[in-house]
Each structure stands twice: as C-alpha cells, then as structure tokens.
Design a binder for this molecule. Sequence first.
Ligand code: SAH
Ligand code: SF4
Ligand code: F3S
Length: 474
Amino acid sequence: MSVNSDKNKISVSAEELQKQREFTALVSDIVKHRFEQAPKAFVHTYGCQGNVADGERLKGMLEQMGYVMTETLEDADLVLYNTCAIREHAEDRVFGNVGALKNIKAAKKDMKILLCGCMMQQERVAKKIRTSYPFVDIVFGTHVIHRLPEFLYRSLSAGKKVYELPDVDGVIVEDMPLHRDSDFKAWIPIMYGCNNFCTYCIVPYVRGRERSRAPEVIIAEAKELVANGYKEITLLGQNVNSYGKYPDYGCNFSQLLRELNAIEGDFIIRFMTSHPKDCTHELLETMAQCEKVAKHLHLPFQSGSNRVLDAMNRRYTREKYLGLLEYAYSLMPSLSVTSDVIVGFPGETYDEFRETVTLVEQANFTSMFTFIFSPREGTKAASMPDPVSREEKGKWFKELLDAQEKVAAERTASMVGKTYRVLCESVSKGGLIEGRTEGNIIIEFPADVSVIGTFRNVRVTESLTWILRGELCD
Ligand code: SAH
Ligand code: SF4
Ligand code: F3S
C-alpha cells in the first residue's frame, strides 16, 4: 500500500500527455473529413461526484477532438457511458441502457459506443461486454481515461475494438481538458482511490490506492474558479479526511481548507466524503473557524451496531461517532449533518439493526442516503453468510426511513420563519427557483431566473419534511 508515496511514480508524464494531444489532433482531423457538421456526443455518468468529475474531463477531451455535446441519444454519433459499480442496481441500469443501444446502432452503423468507469474495471463485467455486447466499440478502465484520444483514434482509423483495462494502483493526471457542467458550481477532486477496504465496498478494487493531488495544484484551480465567478467549490475524495498522506505533501486536509478559505472572493467551500475514523477535532475546529466552509458535514456512519461496524471494517465505534457529532454541534450549533447507512449487512440481526435506528434518533441528521446491502463480487462481505431475506430487509429499510423522516420533519419545521443565505441553482419542476442552504437543504421560492448562480437571502415560509419553501427577502 506504499506505492503511492512516490510522487513521480503516480504522475502521468508530460510525454504521455503530449502523445495524447497528438492523438487529439489526429482524431480532430478524421472527424472534420468524415462528418459534414461537428459530430455529436452523448455522455452519461452514473455514480458519485468523483465519477461526475471524470465525466467532465471526458467531455472536455471529446470537445477538443471536435465533438459537440448532445442530450438526445438518437442524434448521437458517439455514446459514452461512464459507469458505477457500487451496487447491483447501478450495474443493472447500465446493462439495460447498453442493451438498448443495439437497435440504435443497427440503424446508425457509424455510431461509436464507449464504456468506461468503475464497472468496467471488474473482470466479470469486461468479459460480459465482450461476449454479450459485441456492438460496443471501446471499453476502458478508470486508470486510463486520459488516453481517450488514443482509443478513439484506434477505433476511428482502423475500426478496431479497443479493450484497455489495466489493473494498476492508480495515477494522477493534471492538465486534462475540462468541460464544466455548471458555470457557478465546481467539483475539485483532491484525492483518488481508497485504502480502507470496508468489507462491503468495491471502490478500492476499481479505483486503486489512495493518492492525493498536490496542494498547490488544488489551490491554483480554486483561485481560477473564483476569478471566473464560481460560487461553490466542492472538494471530492472517498475519504477527504486523509488528504495529503499519499504522497506526503506536508499539508493535511485541515491545512488545505485553511489555504482555500484564505482565497479572496464570495464563494463557499464544501467537501465530501468524510470518514469518521479520520475525522479529527482539528478538522471540526477548522470548519468552525473558516467562514467560507459550509457548515455541512457528510459523515456516513453505515451502522449503529459496534459488532456490525467491526464486521464492515469501519474502524470506529458508535460511541466515537456520536462523540464526534456532539463535539461538532457544540462548535457549530447550526451544523447540518448528512449520512449514509447500509441496512441488512450479512449477519446483521434485527436487534443490531435497531441500534442503527436509535443512532438515527439521536444524531439529528438533516438527511440520509439509505441502502440495502448489495453483495459485490470480490469483496469480503460478498462471501459472508447472509440469512436475512430481501423482503425482511425491505421492512427494516422502511422502518429506518420512517425514523429519519420524523427527525428531518422536526429539523425543517424548526427552520420556518428564519432567513438563510441560499445559492440559487435551477428552476424546479413547479416553476419555482430551487437553491440550497449552507446546510445543503433544498429550498424553493418564487423569483426571476436571473437569480440563478447568485447568493440570495431567503426566508423559510413552509417545511415539506425534506425540503423547504420560502420567499426572497433581499
Ligand atoms: N467513501 C465513502 C462512501 C462511498 S460509497 C465512505 O466511506 O463513506 C457511497 C455509499 O454507498 C457508502 O457510504 C455506503 O453506504 C454505500 N455502499 C457502498 N457499498 C455498498 C454495498 N455493497 N451495498 C450497499 N451499499 C453500499
Ligand atoms: Fe468504500 Fe470504505 Fe473506501 Fe468509502 S472508505 S470508498 S465505503 S472502502
Ligand atoms: Fe460508483 Fe465508482 Fe463512485 S463505484 S460510487 S462511480 S467511485
């Protein structure tokens, strides 16, 4: 696990990047001659924000090669699915969507179909694609996304199938082209991979070992975003609290936050995900002291039972978790905490599940992502005895949601009448403006679309359990 202590070993070389720029020019040339108008690319990303950030790089590369983005599958000359492997359900959706491309491609022979992302990094999946989905042109893994120009060149010039799925510890690539989806909210990945091997989780197998980007690169990226008018920067990593360990930059996550907080401008900083085992008092104090850091902490607890936490290899206890929250709320009374939970981990008993419910009743979360355990091939938990039926787990799941709904309803009800600074983001289905409070709670209110991308003060007039309604008051 020490491979990533050497900066030079994990950085993709300038020569390699230059080679990809040359492939970019070659693809551009082919595309210009082959299509009357700029060809269209349909890119869809599944999974976490880290994958979304990869998707923005994939789109950036495609644009440099002469493609324009489309939201309509049928119009596309190139379809790229950037996949997620976290649960079976995520994989089923991808297989279904890839299957549906067969007919579209039959009617449009020149269409290129590309698959990448975490799912492809599993041997079982790559094999299935080769044998059952022969109309897919290019399959590539999570460690080689920067080589998209090369893969596309091979496919466009010689019509060859490309399967590039190296299983390596992982690399860091800087200076990739980037198509940001928003012009006021931005993702900055600060680290990649994971070393934690929670027994249920596929991420360490498909994303490689933990590695951090250099602090100066992150700070420069943030400064540029702020100079370009971005209002929200979200720092991404599977375990941001262990930022800066591999390689050792002499800058931990708290120090990085302070450096970013010192950048002048009107913007907020978010980060995810925090792991309770690495969440220090120093970090909570830093959050409390840095005015630009949103008072929102996404701190997945996964289970309220110490026996189950141990079987999950989470390396903290219920008591440690609740202690962290107590300290965090004492420093930041307005703090909003969100979390992830798994119901029905192999061998979990009903009594152990009840400990998860009581933790939820105590923790005062604003919201929670709740998942039923999904066995992932190759992980430890996938081979553990799992006697509780899916139906039974479904009942527990419902019981947990009911408990959290009560907590959330009380929380949002207590916000009515108060005014919050909100980043206005989009238009809701009902035609209202939708924004988020610092605590990451969605609030809807009537206003002109021109407010999108700005901070506004909004007074809460109504609570709808998970979201709020309000009115502009500035
Ligand atoms: N790095 C983050 C989690 C990333 S995955 C962390 O450690 O908190 C996002 C969430 O998916 C996890 O928090 C977990 O709740 C859920 N998850 C991961 N693997 C799962 C599995 N095999 N079955 C069900 N849920 C899972
Ligand atoms: Fe998965 Fe655990 Fe790593 Fe999170 S910390 S990505 S749950 S192995
Ligand atoms: Fe999914 Fe890969 Fe993210 S498995 S959750 S896309 S790291």
